[in-house]
Design a protein around this ligand. Structure first.
Ligand code: ZN
Length: 333
């Protein structure tokens, strides 16, 4: 059985490769406390990485790095959810590593590289702290979080000094699931971004649950239906493929683009079909005259911003067709 924390895309498993000089013994008690540390080495120094801490701890006569997890703000990982500081999984959670003296048996050590008496936590690091803690909670690894200096006997220690409880909440404002009924649009939000969460709410669900909202023109502060959106649009079991001619809004094949940018010049029935479909799903493109001009290009672009955020080019092709077909279907056409 795997743990959720092991699936974090910013986590690398270095349990076998990190420098060692012996073995930590297994815990004889289960994990109760997740203990948060910082490394007291400024985060931009070359040595502010997991392997350097392991070597330092070996120099103290320890079997290896004193923590299960080491977060490295120097090593930024691009994940589907954005930039994250890397997590080095340094010691198996079953091992009693050295980090809080008499409390080691029941304590799990997580260290954030950096000297937070002087450094500030950056967003990629806060996001990683938040996601790691959340995964550990979901995995039922430990029952509480404490900083090093909240552990018995360590009140004098400048560790971890960063506000770890703040970091645990870092992503909450962006988590639509925190607002069960509705969600307030924040700067930079798109339906695609809001839908891209753990709740399984799709862009089609959001469109269906928010009939009056133009997804291409979201306003900061605008309130949308979110809780109700889940499964608002349930695709019907895929019916046998019908020929396009049997649809109310048949869509043409091929690639169509602006007539001034290499597209065909003139009025075409295929472009009329595209125009009708765009107008039907409220990506207005003006008169259905068969010319692929500025208005069609603009409407296709707006459509792609919502449904194909990695393919915004204003051209109509197979992917745009597929999405357009799905949206038409979600509206009952
Ligand atoms: Zn510490």
């Amino acid at each position: 059985m795997g743990y959720k924390f092991e699936d974090l895309p910013q986590l690398v498993d270095h349990r076998k490769s990190i420098p060692k000089n012996g073995n930590y013994s297994k815990r004889t008690q289960s994990i109760k406390t997740r203990v948060w540390h910082h490394s007291l080495t400024k985060k931009d120094l070359a040595g502010s990485i997991a392997s350097a801490f392991a070597n330092y701890h070996i120099s103290l006569g320890w079997p290896g790095a004193g923590y299960a997890f080491i977060i490295e703000p120097k090593n930024i990982v691009n994940t589907p959810k954005g930039k994250r500081a890397r997590i080095v999984y340094a010691n198996d959670i079953s091992l009693r590593t050295f980090h809080v003296g008499n409390s080691n048996q029941y304590s799990l050590g997580a260290c954030v590289a950096g000297d937070y008496r002087f450094d500030g936590l950056d967003d990629a690091t806060k996001a990683t702290i938040d996601e790691l803690q959340e995964a550990l909670v979901a995995d039922k690894i430990g029952e509480e979080d404490k900083s090093h200096n909240e552990m018995p006997g360590y009140g004098w220690k400048d560790c971890c000094v960063f506000n770890y409880k703040e970091a645990f909440k870092f992503l909450d404002a962006k988590k639509p699931t925190a607002a069960p009924g509705t969600y307030k649009i924040q700067e930079g939000d798109t339906f695609w971004g809001i839908a891209n969460n753990d709740e399984g709410i799709t862009v089609e669900d959001l469109i269906t649950a928010n009939p009056g909202v133009d997804p291409a023109k979201l306003q900061i502060g605008q309130v949308i239906n979110l809780g109700k959106a889940k499964n608002a649009y349930t695709p019907k079991p895929s019916a046998p493929k019908k020929p396009q001619s049997t649809y109310k809004y048949p869509l043409p094949a091929g690639v169509w683009k602006h007539y001034e940018k290499g597209g065909k010049r003139g009025s075409f029935d295929e472009v009329k079909q595209i125009q009708r479909a765009l107008n039907a799903v409220n990506f207005k493109c003006g008169k259905e005259d068969g010319w692929y001009g500025d208005k069609v290009e603009d409407a296709v672009t707006r459509f792609q911003k919502v449904y194909l955020p990695y393919e915004i080019d204003g051209k109509y092709g197979p992917n745009t067709k597929k999405k357009l077909q799905a949206v038409l279907k979600s509206k009952g056409y």
